[in-house]
Write a protein that binds this ligand. Structure first.
Ligand SMILES: [Cu+2]
Length: 480
C-alpha cells in the first residue's frame, strides 16, 4: 500500500512538472530563449497576405483584383497606381509545395490583362499568355487560375499584356512556396520586393511611352525606387541575429545591384529554390524577374544605422553613366547586446546536372530590327508577331545558345521550365541552380540546358526588360 502511495506521488510530481514545462524540465534547466529580432523589426516592410478562403489544408484559394487605387509610397505621398488588391506589391500568396492554388482573378482596369505565374512549372493553359494560354481578361471580366504548385521557392505574378506599362505602373506580387521538409534555421524570413516607378512633372505616374523610342531602347528605369512598395523604409536588426531575405526584382527594366556596407550576402538559393552550397558576395545582383534567397548576418555593433544601397550596374551603353548610388532601405540596429550568430545550416539540396549528351542545339539571337521609321527589337532577325516558333518534344533535352547582338544586356526568361546555365565548355556553372531568368550581357552568349517534361503547348521566351519585350524581343516554343 505504501508503495502504491509513493508511486502515485511520483507520478503526480512528474505530471506537475510536465504541465509546468512542455519539455518536462524545471525552469532552471531550460535553455534561454533564442535571441530574436527587435520588436517591430519589419513593420514598415510587412506585406499583406492573400486570404485563403478554402478550409482544405491542401488547397489555397484566393481572390485577386486588378484595379487602380491610391497607394502611400512614403508618409504623405499618395500615388494613383495600378494595383492588385489596392496595394503595391500585390498580396503575398503563401502556399506549400504540392498545394493546389486557385486564384479567382477579376479585372477592374480599363484595359484587358492576364496574370502570368513567373517561374511556376504549371500547364500552358494556366501560364497567362494572351491568345496562347487564354483569351485576354477584358475589363469587368474574371478568370480562374487553378494549378498545383510543384516547387518550393520565391516566385511571382504579373500581367503578360501591355506588360511594360501594366507592370511598370504597379501590377506585380510575390508567391512564396514553402516546403516543410527543407532545413530551417537560416534566419527570420523577410520577403523583399524591389521595383521602381516613373513619375511625371505632376508627381503622378508618367505616361508609359515617356521618353519615346530611345527610352524603350534603354529600358525605362523609374526615378523612385521602392522596397515592398515603399520609398526608403526602415528595417530593424539585432547584431548577430540572422535574417533570411527572399528578394524579387519586379522592376520593368532596372537591374538591382545591392550593397550593405560591412555586410555580405550569403546567397543560398535563387529562382528555383535552394542551391547545394551558398555563394558569398558583397554585391548582390538581381536582373529583372530574378529572385535571390539570401542570409544576412548583422555584423555591425548595436545602435548602428546604415543604408542598403542600389549601386549602378553597367548593363550596356550609357546605363551607368553619371549615375549615383541610391539609398533604398534604412537598416537600424537595436541597442540589444550582440549575440553569437548560429552556424549556417546546410541547404540539404542536391541538383544533378542535366545530361546534355545527345541534346538538340538551339541557337537564337537577340537582334535590333529598327528601321529609320520604326523602332523594333526581335529574335533571329524578326520582331515578335509572326507565327514562327521553335519546336521541342516532351522528354527532349536542348542546349540553347542565346546571343546578344546589340548594345544593351538582356535578361532572358523562359516560361514554364527551369534551366541550368552552362559555361563556355558546356558544363553547368557551379554551384548548380535551377533558373528561369538569366542575363545575356552585351556581345555575349548565354548557354543553358533545358529538359522538357510532359506539359505540351506554346511557351514564351523573351527579354525581361519589358520595354524590349513589348518592342518585339519575344519568341514562342511549341512543345509537342
Ligand atoms: Cu532586352
Amino acid at each position: 500500500m505504501a508503495r502504491l502511495v509513493l508511486l502515485i506521488l511520483v507520478l503526480t510530481a512528474i505530471g506537475c512538472q510536465a504541465s509546468m514545462s512542455p519539455v518536462g524540465r524545471s525552469v532552471e534547466d531550460a535553455a534561454p530563449p533564442a535571441p530574436t529580432q527587435p520588436p517591430g523589426w519589419q513593420d514598415q516592410l510587412r506585406l499583406p497576405e492573400a486570404v485563403d478562403l478554402n478550409p482544405d489544408p491542401h488547397i489555397v484559394e484566393v481572390n485577386l483584383e486588378a484595379r487602380v487605387a491610391p497607394v502611400e509610397i512614403r508618409p504623405g505621398v499618395i500615388l494613383k497606381l495600378w494595383t492588385y488588391d489596392g496595394g503595391i506589391p500585390g498580396p503575398l500568396i503563401r502556399v506549400r509545395r504540392g498545394n493546389r492554388l486557385v486564384v479567382h482573378f477579376t479585372n477592374h482596369l480599363d484595359e484587358a490583362t492576364t496574370v502570368h505565374w513567373h517561374g511556376l512549372r504549371i500547364a500552358a493553359a494556366m501560364d497567362g499568355v494572351p491568345e496562347h494560354s487564354q483569351a485576354p481578361v477584358k475589363p469587368g471580366q474574371s478568370f480562374d487560375y487553378d494549378f498545383i504548385v510543384p516547387d518550393a521557392g520565391m516566385f511571382w505574378y504579373h500581367p503578360h499584356l501591355n506588360s511594360a506599362v501594366q507592370l511598370g505602373d504597379g501590377l506585380y506580387g510575390p508567391i512564396l512556396v514553402e516546403d516543410p521538409k527543407e532545413p530551417q534555421g537560416f534566419g527570420d524570413e523577410l520577403p523583399l520586393v524591389l521595383s521602381d516607378l516613373s513619375l511625371g512633372l505632376d508627381g503622378q505616374l508618367a505616361a508609359g511611352d515617356q521618353g519615346g523610342t530611345l527610352a524603350s531602347l534603354f529600358g525605362r528605369e523609374g526615378d523612385v525606387v521602392l522596397v515592398n512598395g515603399r520609398q526608403g523604409p526602415t528595417l530593424g536588426m539585432r547584431a548577430g541575429v540572422p535574417q533570411r531575405w527572399r528578394i524579387l526584382n519586379a522592376a520593368r527594366s532596372r537591374y538591382f545591384q545591392l550593397a550593405l556596407a560591412g555586410h555580405e550576402f550569403i546567397r543560398i538559393g535563387g529562382d528555383g529554390g535552394l542551391m547545394p552550397t551558398p555563394v558569398r558576395t558583397d554585391r548582390l545582383l538581381l536582373i529583372p524577374g530574378e529572385r535571390a534567397d539570401v542570409v544576412v548576418v548583422p555584423t555591425a555593433s548595436a545602435g548602428t544605422e546604415l543604408w542598403m544601397r542600389w549601386v549602378p550596374y553597367d548593363r550596356g551603353y550609357g546605363t551607368a553613366f553619371r549615375r549615383k548610388e541610391d539609398d533604398i532601405l534604412r537598416v537600424k540596429y537595436s541597442a540589444d547586446a550582440p549575440v553569437l550568430p548560429p552556424p549556417l545550416p546546410a541547404t540539404g539540396r542536391t541538383i544533378a546536372p542535366i545530361d546534355t549528351s545527345g541534346a538538340t542545339p538551339i541557337d537564337i539571337r537577340f537582334t535590333n530590327e529598327s528601321t529609320p521609321t520604326k523602332f523594333a527589337l526581335g529574335v533571329n532577325g524578326k520582331p515578335f508577331g509572326g507565327d514562327d516558333h521553335l519546336h521541342a518534344r516532351v522528354g527532349e533535352t536542348q542546349v540553347w545558345s542565346v546571343t546578344n547582338t546589340i548594345e544593351w544586356s538582356h535578361p532572358f526568361h523562359l516560361h514554364g521550365f527551369f534551366f541550368q546555365v552552362l559555361d563556355s565548355a558546356g558544363a553547368p556553372v557551379q554551384p548548380i541552380e535551377w533558373k528561369d531568368t538569366a542575363d545575356v550581357p552585351v556581345n555575349k552568349t548565354l548557354k543553358l540546358a533545358v529538359r522538357y517534361d510532359d506539359r505540351p503547348g506554346i511557351w514564351m521566351f523573351h527579354c525581361h526588360i519589358l520595354d524590349h519585350a513589348e518592342a518585339g524581343m519575344m519568341g514562342m516554343l511549341l512543345l509537342e
